[in-house]
Ligand binder design. Structure first.
Ligand SMILES: Cc1ncc(COP(=O)(O)O)c(C=O)c1O
Length: 323
């Protein structure tokens, strides 16, 4: 197989969580995107974007992200044999820069105090015609790639779920999930989109009925920290018949990460904990009590994963939130 044809993402398992199903009283299924090699679902969409571009003659890629998008971009580029430059803000932990360089062979540039400054630099670096600028979430090829997780889940689940639960940052993952749900005939299945308070640009935009830019990100779920969602996200959420946007506190997202680590022996970021909090806590029950969700026999939770988490960090949060 030629390098450019290599499959970048794994087909991940969809498993029933026995401990969470026991808590909820219905079957909870987990799409384990944390098992992707770069640690999150991001490789599906970003891999698809980079693969298509490399098939069309792209000779290098540039991405501004100290998070899971940067890791996915660097991994995809390395696997396809395309040089990658990842631009990081000065605040990015040293271990991320080391990982990008040592494990993924990317050129790392530290530029700017915040992501916006790094991103501006990345777009300048990507001005050459044979260079691809990789946005972390806002591109149709990214949504197409993310949508494959729903194709897989539809094959893997014993029946159509009664609700799909997914985390939202800039909305790339949600776009992929909603497009995937259209594709497999799940347009009538309710979708619950989870954000944390302080990283809630979609919820704020839905309330305002237009795109809202948050002044700052105050949540510990930094990966959900887009200031403005993709405009396509607003469009798709308005099209999806049974769509709910829900916020949880950081404390609940972290608590869900801790319980998930004990129950399933996986470490995930609070970005993912936001979705798990919906089934570990009362989110789904509250939606049912207020008539926004009907009877649930099974739920599908997208376990989006995330690499920027350590046991030490989870312990620090456990103490900080007195969990
Ligand atoms: C682990 C994790 N979950 C969820 C998200 C949110 O994805 P999106 O920005 O596509 O909404 C991200 C984004 O970086 C992430 O890294």
């Amino acid at each position: 197989m030629a390098t450019g044809d290599r499959q970048l993402h794994m087909v991940t398992p969809t498993i029933q969580s026995m401990p969470i199903s026991k808590i909820t009283g219905y079957n909870v299924y987990l799409k384990l995107e944390n098992l992707q090699i770069p640690g999150s679902f991001k490789i599906r969409g970003i891999g698809n974007l980079i693969k298509k571009a490399s098939q069309h003659g792209c000779k290098k890629i540039v991405c501004a992200s100290g998070g899971n998008a940067g890791l996915a971009a660097a991994y995809a580029a390395k696997t396809l044999g395309v040089p990658a430059t990842i631009v990081l803000p000065q605040s990015t932990p040293g271990f991320v820069a080391d990982k990008l360089r040592d494990e993924y062979g990317a050129e790392v540039k530290i530029h700017g105090k915040v992501w916006d400054e790094s991103n501006k630099h990345a777009t300048e670096l990507a001005k050459d015609s044979d260079c691809l600028y990789v946005h972390p979430f806002d591109h149709p090829d990214i949504w197409e790639g993310h949508s494959t997780m729903i194709d897989e889940a539809a094959q893997q689940l014993p029946c159509k779920p009664d609700v799909v639960i997914v985390s939202v940052g800039g909305g790339g993952l949600l776009n992929g999930v909603l497009l995937g749900m259209q594709k497999v005939g799940w347009s009538d299945v309710p979708c619950v989109a989870m954000e944390t308070v302080g990283a809630d640009c979609l919820n704020a935009s839905l309330q305002a009925g237009k795109l809202v830019t948050l002044p700052d990100i105050t949540s510990v779920a930094k990966c959900l920290g887009a200031l403005t969602p993709a405009s396509k996200t607003l469009e798709l959420t308005q099209l999806h018949e049974k769509f709910q946007s829900v916020l949880v506190e950081d404390k609940d997202a972290v608590s869900a990460c801790l319980k998930f680590a004990d129950d399933h022996r996986f470490l995930v970021e609070p970005a993912c904990g936001a979705s798990l909090a919906a089934v570990y806590g009362s989110v789904i029950k509250d939606l049912q009590s207020s008539g926004k969700l009907g009877t649930i026999k099974s739920a599908l939770v997208i376990v989006c994963g995330g690499s920027s988490v350590t046991l030490k960090q989870l312990e620090t949060w456990r103490e900080m939130f007195k969990l």
